[in-house]
Design a protein around this ligand. Structure first.
Ligand code: PMP
Length: 397
């Protein structure tokens, strides 16, 4: 049977990473893969994570099975982090959650749950959206529709067009929204826009599905959760997928959470039973180590403070790089307004150059970014900004 299979192309980001690793140029720059990097170009293990791991080494008693939902303590701490400990929906016990294998696991199990429990199966995603959203959601059998989001001409959100298109959605459709730090554009809804989208969704009976993979990397842990918390107050039913890959730096430990918000406690329990049954038939239960680290950090005041300090330093480094990059581009005399880069949030922005110019940056200067010109700002540092801007000047001249 296998002889009839045809090979699939490698994921473009992963094949670009392989090319980058093989490149021997002394000034090579990886602005492609979406991981946080420090000033030295490393993706370090956070100190609070190291400290939690060394505690776990002595305190962990067993590697026996947990449960499809993961551990109750992790779920409780993750809920407080995302919704805020005093959120009315938490107090009313209408949120059920599951520790998942990363944000991807949360998105996929959210989609499996929706597909299994509802006749309706259409989910609307932003145009553009993170490349893996569509395979994760469509792979569970959801039908994909798209709403306009980023405007490449104005470098901002096409908000009127977004609302106009969402008017075409029908009651029971799911709307995937990025909680903060939109990937790939870095352009986020402001508070007024969150309210307006919430009004539209409520009026039309649409169901929010929020993906928040970067809490704490935009404006701050509380500020970044504004949209999620607002929607959980206003909507009887919604889903939220989160990830600890970026804000705890736990990428390979595969740690995330899926939250189902239901109308009341009884319905949340029933929805949970459906979700846990789906999980059982997919991977049975989530990996434990990353969640144990998060649980250890968030249940200890000193470790939480250490983690928050380091997360703030990461966020501030990205914001600083955004400002320095705009200043260097402006000083270079390159034509055009690049100030949008310093208004956007999180690790990504579209530089706004053509695929040919992206290719020239790669071939002539060993600067790697994906063809859409989405760049990971955290891949820059104090030394490389000048090299990057002088290469950009050449390519754009
Ligand atoms: N959602 C978005 C928007 C992302 O960018 C990512 C990671 N790149 C994820 C979800 C999932 O992350 P992970 O599965 O690594 O936790």
């Amino acid at each position: 049977m296998f002889e009839h299979l045809h090979p699939l192309p490698q994921d473009p980001i992963l094949s670009m990473l392989a090319d980058y690793r093989a490149d021997t140029h002394p000034n090579k720059l990886d602005l492609g893969i979406g991981v946080y990097k420090d000033e030295q170009g490393n993706t370090p293990i956070m100190q609070a994570v190291k400290d939690a791991e060394s505690r776990l080494l002595t305190t962990e008693q067993s590697k026996s099975y947990t449960a499809p939902a993961g551990t109750p303590a992790y779920n409780q701490l993750a809920s407080a982090l995302v919704f805020g400990a005093d959120h009315p929906a938490l107090k009313d016990q209408r949120i059920v959650s599951a520790q998942t294998p990363g944000g991807c696991g949360a998105l996929r199990m959210g989609a499996e749950f929706l597909r299994g429990c509802s006749q309706k199966s259409r989910v609307w995603v932003s145009l553009p959206t993170w490349a893996n959203h569509i395979p994760l959601l469509a792979g569970a059998g959801l039908e994909i529709a798209e709403y306009p989001y980023y405007d490449y001409a104005t470098k901002g959100i096409q908000f009127e067009a977004m609302l106009k298109t969402l008017e075409q959605a029908s009651a029971g459709d799911f709307i995937l929204l990025h909680g903060c730090c939109h990937n790939p554009s870095g352009a986020d809804l402001n508070r007024e826009q969150w309210h307006a989208v919430a009004d539209l969704m409520a009026r039309k009976g649409l169901i929010p599905f929020v993906d928040m993979a970067y809490q704490g990397l935009g404006n701050g842990l509380e500020e970044d959760a504004f949209g999620v918390r607002l929607l959980a107050q206003r909507f009887p039913e919604m889903l939220v997928a989160t990830s600890c890959s970026k804000n705890f730096g736990l990428y390979r430990e595969r740690t995330g959470t899926l939250f189902i918000v239901a109308a009341n406690r009884a319905e949340a329990e029933t929805a949970g039973s459906q979700l846990f049954s789906k999980i059982r038939s997919h991977y049975s239960m989530p990996p434990a180590h990353g969640a144990a680290i998060v649980e250890t950090i968030l249940s200890d005041t000193a470790l939480t403070a250490s983690w928050e300090r380091e997360l703030a330093a990461m966020r501030e480094r990205i914001q600083g790089l955004r400002q320095q990059l705009v200043a260097a581009i402006t000083a270079s005399g390159i034509d055009g307004d690049f100030t949008f880069i310093q208004q956007q949030l999180g690790m990504f922005s579209f530089l706004g150059i053509t695929p040919q110019q992206v290719e020239q940056l790669r071939q002539d200067y060993s600067i790697y970014m994906i063809n859409s010109s989405r760049m990971n700002v955290a891949g820059l540092n104090q030394d490389s900004i000048d090299y990057f801007v002088s290469a950009l000047t050449e390519v754009l001249s």
